[in-house]
Design a protein around this ligand. Structure first.
Ligand code: UDX
Length: 467
């Protein structure tokens, strides 16, 4: 199928390359000429495992092209909108400038029967506002939220754990008889797999069917394919991210309690995680969540709920945000305490800059935030990261960066792990570290180190929510 993807950031570039890899003819479109030049040369403009290979193959085969010229979207059957929706400068709401600009630019190139599939994370109600403009061109708008995780984006795009497609009017009674019994509330969820047929677009189009064709390998292997109305599809995405953020802040709140009681939050997480209703994933206590999605999405959700007169329904997300930010303070405090009350002129080795491993993304990175705060206290901060140094240096040129892990640690008074790359978490031998440093203070901001091994090597080990 011929597809266009508007916006070639983390979401769009991966989507374009992944769709080409499953046999579609894809044009990726972006307003940034530098990004397009890199992608056209088969190079990923950011670090994402597996993406360079897909780009090279797609570009070489001619299945995948990139351009700044939006008219190249003409002739595609489905147009995916994957532009960013950052936090507005003046508040918590999402900035829809790029979504509106993408739709405006695309409109003249739409043909009757085309489908516009929104993938960007938007405030609920956005699709309903956009739909009339798209329908006026005889095309159909669907909302197809994206759940990819950075670092696993290629796999998550080609083989997602579920596909959600919101269509105007929602799903009619399922004609495929798919019933899902996976709901854990004891009830049987009726998941319609077929959308209402839409007669917009100058002919009978079932937009959900077209999306099934797009995602044919995942559909063929039985991936849950959930057809909803537009508002539900938009909400599914923010609800998922709100839940994940809440889960992380829940365990970090338990870490705060553990800190005043002498309990160990990692054991607590293991123990409650064995309850299948709770599950162990996303119960990693530490310096909390960051990145381009969770922080801004929970804030945009709060802002939208306020606009809808339902601010109280998600008031807890403010707490989630606050707990999350407090953990950065805690990590800084542990370093200060570990060094006897002051870090002024002390050398601190900061292991990590990316907001999580397998990524060079430093947007709202708790790791960098901790480094910046320590620098602000007068410490000589040296930051290392396997992939994110270039991005970090651009954003925070005041910090010192060092590519080598061992040079970062050399002569340090304290070491703090803030991004749990394997290079630091698994491969850094505490005995080896002892031969490099001046001090023996290690703060484990991700609870990723083997505390017993570090202690055995003579270090004073501080975890997050651990004795
Ligand atoms: C997230 C969602 O997972 C994804 O579905 C959505 O499409 C985009 O937002 P991503 O931002 O790539 O994906 O990162 P994720 O793996 O969810 O991690 C988010 C943050 O939470 C990271 O900073 C990570 O370090 C932190 N985290 C995660 C914890 O602090 N503890 C955990 O147990 C898990």
């Amino acid at each position: 199928m011929k597809l266009s993807v508007i916006g070639c950031g983390y979401l769009g570039a991966v989507h374009a390359a992944a769709m080409a890899s499953i046999g579609h003819e894809v044009v990726g479109i972006d307003v940034d000429p530098a990004k397009i030049a890199a992608l056209s040369a088969g190079e990923a403009p950011f670090f994402e495992p597996g993406l360079p290979e897909l780009l090279r193959e797609g570009v070489a085969s001619g299945q995948l092209t990139f351009t700044t010229d939006i008219s190249a979207a003409h002739g595609a059957k489905v147009h995916f909108i994957g532009v960013g929706t950052p936090q507005r400068a003046d508040g918590y709401a999402a900035d829809l400038t790029y979504v509106n600009a993408a739709v405006d630019a695309l409109l003249p190139h739409l043909s009757p029967g085309d489908i516009v599939a929104g993938k960007s994370t938007v405030p609920v109600g956005t699709a309903a506002e956009l739909a009339p403009r798209i329908e006026a061109r005889g095309a159909t708008l669907v909302w197809n939220p994206e759940f990819l995780r950075e670092g696993w984006a290629v796999q998550d795009t080609i083989d997602p754990d579920r596909l959600v497609v919101g269509v105007a009017g929602g799903a009619d009674v399922s004609t495929r008889g798919a019933r899902s019994t996976t709901g854990d509330a004891g009830g049987e969820a009726d998941v319609s797999t077929r959308s209402a047929r839409s007669t917009t677009g100058g002919g009978e189009v079932d937009p959900a069917e077209v999306l099934r064709e797009v995602y044919h390998p995942a559909v063929a292997k039985g991936t849950p394919f959930i057809v909803t109305d537009l508002a539900t599809a938009e909400l599914v995405k923010v609800a998922a991210n709100a839940f994940l953020a809440t889960k992380i802040s829940f365990i970090n709140a338990m870490a705060e309690i553990a800190e005043v009681t002498g309990a160990d939050v990692t054991q607590l997480a293991d123990a409650i995680g064995h309850d299948a209703r709770i599950g162990r994933r996303f119960l990693g206590a530490g310096i909390g969540f960051g990145g381009g999605c969770l922080p801004k999405d929970i804030r945009a959700f709060s802002a939208r709920a306020e606009e809808l007169g339902r601010g109280e329904s998600v008031a807890f997300l403010r707490e989630v945000d606050e707990i999350n930010l407090r953990r950065r303070d805690r990590a800084v405090q542990l370093v200060v305490d570990g060094l006897g009350g002051a870090v002024f002129e002390k050398k601190i080795a900061v292991l990590g800059a990316a907001f999580k491993p397998h990524s060079d993304d430093i947007r709202d990175s708790p790791a960098l935030d901790v480094a910046v705060r320590l620098h602000g206290l007068g410490a000589r901060v040296v930051v290392t990261d396997p992939e994110a140094i270039a991005n970090a240096r651009q954003k925070h040129p005041q910090l010192t960066y060092e590519a080598s892990r061992d040079e970062t640690i050399r002569d340090a008074d304290a070491v703090i792990l803030v991004t749990e790359w394997d290079e630091y978490r698994r491969e850094l031998d505490p005995e080896h570290a002892s031969t490099l440093t001046a001090g023996r203070v290690v703060v484990d901001g991700r609870n990723g180190l083997d505390a017993a091994a570090w202690r055995a090597a003579g270090w004073t080990y501080y975890g997050m929510g651990r004795p």
